[in-house]
Design a binder for this molecule. Structure first.
Ligand code: FAD
Length: 338
């Protein structure tokens, strides 16, 4: 059992990072940015796990992704080839026992939401989820009631203070990318005490991904979203064409996903992805509170709906009352080919 230590004024933060093809995912770099705002004397370690050469490439990327990263801990083992929650949670437990961090931060995506609560249970602490602002090292703001209210949370528990952060609230400054200022040696986490039973009840089955050149929904500058008003999977192709012309990602409402128009990884909202692009275009979307929870922080919102009373118009910067089956073809015709 972890020895209880009161929150210390000197912060040392462990960031759980997800990597792919030799790079740290953007949401994990945002977690480093969040760690950097915990305290000005914060010492930040990034924890990476996986196997094979791409892990070493990702470690090099982690070491240079932000000037405040002081250490990259690498767990190189076949147990971590896929980010399964049970071995990862035990790894976090092991690393915390060795490092005695004051804070542990993960991004709020499926990676962090899967691992962090389990690791928190092993460490006997209550995590704070979906943090959007760090006021002090133990004082945070997070949304509640599907984003309709903000709650200020003070962590009065023992170390480590564990949290998931919403990456859109911690944008990565362009200058910090590729900075090599504080590159430190990569140390190997000693996995000798890591027992075989760390491989738990979940197992990796397969990974499927859309072969698309469109940007990732979570980080796209422009998102075009379709709702039930699109009426069919076939009609969504019209939206995909529009996305291609605009260099946008495609999103969807839960109703559109439930109808089988698109896969559920495109869902935006309370139980889907949280996005905050420069431009969010919603076609045939009513604007239910659960959908707004995932996109209301977008910089400019454009809505096209044939119902003038649709709630989406209450959050839209530009609204067009019209039939999407006329508006989208007209847009496609007027926009130049990419
Ligand atoms: P509808 O509400 O049916 O709206 C369709 C809209 O299309 C209407 O406004 C209609 O006027 C318009 N339309 C129809 N035809 C046309 C046309 N030809 N031209 C222009 N406009 C047209 N929803 C999410 O999106 N994301 C979530 O994460 C989510 N999580 C949920 C969690 C919980 C616990 C619950 C209970 C619900 C959740 N929902 C979520 C569902 C949510 O409540 C709504 O049911 C859903 O968002 C509605 O999707 P929609 O706007 O596509 O469909």
């Amino acid at each position: 059992m972890q020895k209880a230590v009161q929150l210390s004024s000197l912060a040392s933060t462990l960031v759980l990072a997800e990597h792919e093809a030799g790079f740290i995912k953007a949401a994990s770099v945002s977690a480093v940015v969040a760690a950097n705002s915990v305290s000005k004397d914060n010492s930040i370690s990034v924890l990476l796990a996986g196997s094979g050469p791409s892990l070493q490439e990702a470690a090099a990327h982690a070491a240079s992704c932000h000037p405040s990263v002081s250490q990259v801990l690498v767990a190189d083992s076949e147990k971590f080839t896929y980010p399964l929650a049970e071995p990862w949670a035990k790894l976090v437990h092991l690393v915390q026992q060795r490092g005695g961090y004051s804070h542990i931060i993960a991004p709020s995506g499926s990676f962090g939401k899967n691992i962090l609560p389990r690791a928190a249970a092993l460490l006997g602490v209550s995590p704070v989820t979906d943090v959007i602002e760090i006021l002090e090292s133990n004082l945070f703001i997070r949304p509640i009631y599907a984003g309709n209210a903000l709650c200020t949370v003070r962590n009065t528990g023992v170390d480590p203070c564990m949290m998931t952060i919403r990456s859109i609230s911690f944008p990565v400054p362009p200058t910090s990318a590729n900075s090599k200022s504080n590159v430190s040696p990569i140390s190997q986490v000693d996995l000798s005490t890591f027992s075989e039973d760390s491989v738990g009840k979940s197992r990796y089955v397969k990974q499927t991904s859309q072969n698309t050149e469109r940007p990732d929904l979570g980080n796209a500058r422009v998102v075009v979203t379709g709702g039930r008003g699109l009426k069919s999977a076939e009609n969504f192709k019209m939206l995909e064409k529009l996305a291609e012309k605009l260099g946008a990602a495609v999103g969807a409402t839960r109703a559109a996903v439930d109808q089988g128009f698109v896969p559920n990884d495109l869902q935006v909202g309370q139980t889907g992805k949280i996005v905050a692009p420069e431009l969010y275009m919603a076609f045939g979307v009513s604007g239910a509170i659960q959908h707004l929870a995932g996109m209301r922080d977008s910089k400019v919102i454009v809505a096209v709906n044939k119902d003038a009373d649709a709630p989406i118009f209450q959050v839209a910067d530009y609204g067009l009352v019209g039939d999407l089956f006329e508006v989208i073809p007209e847009l496609l015709e007027k926009l130049p080919e990419k």
